[in-house]
Design a protein around this ligand. Sequence first.
Ligand SMILES: [Cu+2]
Length: 573
Amino acid sequence: MAVIVWWLLTVVVVAFHSASAAVVESTWEVEYKYWWPDCKEGIVMAINGQFPGPTIDAVAGDTVIIHVVNKLSTEGVVIHWHGIRQKGTPWADGAAGVTQCPINPGETFTYKFIVDKAGTHFYHGHYGMQRSSGLYGMLIVRSPKERLIYDGEFNLLLSDWWHQSIHAQELALSSRPMRWIGEPQSLLINGRGQFNCSQAAYFNKEGEKDLCTFKENDQCAPQTLRVEPNRVYRLRIASTTALASLNLAVEGHQLVVVEADGNYVAPFTVNDIDVYSGETYSVLLKTNALPSKKYWISVGVRGREPKTPQALTVINYVDATESRPSHPPPVTPIWNDTDRSKSFSKKIFAAKGYPKPPEKSHDQLILLNTQNLYEDYTKWSINNVSLSVPVTPYLGSIRYGLKSAYDLKSPAKKLIMDNYDIMKPPPNPNTTKGSGIYNFAFGIVVDVILQNANVLKGVISEIHPWHIHGHDFWVLGYGEGKFKPGIDEKTFNLKNPPLRNTVVLYPFGWTAIRFVTDNPGVWFFHCHIEPHLHMGMGVVFVEGVDRIGKMEIPDEALGCGLTRKWLMNRGRP
Ligand SMILES: [Cu+2]
């Protein structure tokens, strides 16, 4: 495979704070709207009447100010800025119950934070399963000194879509017995998909749907990417799926992966790219195919048996004479070829110039991921605790020392796993529920080993993309089977591990990450699969309790639960 070099020899990480930093300010009204994301009418959570929400386009060092007006008539809302570390502004992270109270209907909350580092990011709802209802959009932070060379760019925000409302989905998952929500009806590219028809039906494949007849201005009509020949385009890809792991391919073109989760990576060339929920990538695409033709971009499901058709859109060269692509869309790699997925993950290394991780860690967590039952409700547990997020946001209860707001007992740092067989269903299916935290001193190095296991029944272990708030972490390695403490650490990549904020935990295996507790605050660390998080698959990290105790947190973030009471009396009994 030809190595394509459009990349400068070194990439220097610029922690940039420009003297000319600007303010990017908007007011966003969040409300339900009728919409046709996949040509079938549904309701979406729209921002200022748009779905997906508006793209934030800022430059590193800028201050972003978003006034979120909750125009939902009966439910609270928050917005999380996925990939933004919120240094010094943990209350602006937008995680309900962790960093703030949900914004009440009719009320406005102002998010104000600095985007300190360039990268491809997105934002999304983080209360209940609101992300699944379409509350998301892109968040692009540009570098004032961009090292990548390209002529144009496109955003591809990928999501999955159900016809059942999120309220019905939340109830189904919280029922006893649990009712599974099933696979998504459609995949969407920039909020557009086709449920009841196929754009590629003219290839007359057996059992295929009818050819789409949408009109250009329909809400489900795909956005064509118009390109000029022999140019380089940056595709900024983000996945905000509720469930689906995805694979994206561009017919007739290779992709050079250059960025992952807002960090440059050592460039490598692929024919297609896996994208898990919570991840972002930039790839460079050279338009060196026959310019008289049109080409498919296809997005399909990996990791779960796909029952959802591919999402499609088209790349058009300006002088294309074809009316439509003359080849069928790329075939998504077979869903259960986990080795292929792992080989992709293992190609990702930090670009030159990135800081190496500290040589040693001060603390280590081994987090066993299991599916369990709690009083016959189906739950996901971490070290035998299924997270139940409290009403009073941790950031507030820790700031004001309100110790009855959450469980003071921390979950286990590691289970005694000697006898636990991760290849089999849990011998005792029952788990516990809790709201305990992991408490870290400021400025230490923490390793987390995510350990996967078999689910409740059958021989199945699921994919879990884990996302951290307030940080990037180094991905030190992946392994098969059960992690062997004292032995597997020797395999860690300490030379050029990529910095990311989301990492996949493969079935029946482990994933190791390292981060520095350099950001005082309370940070969610959780599976980015929306139903899994809803069923308790997350933990909470508290960093630098003493520093949190001195923070000036805006009262507006804390007007609920015990912090509301505390603020009403300003601590007077
Ligand atoms: Cu999960």
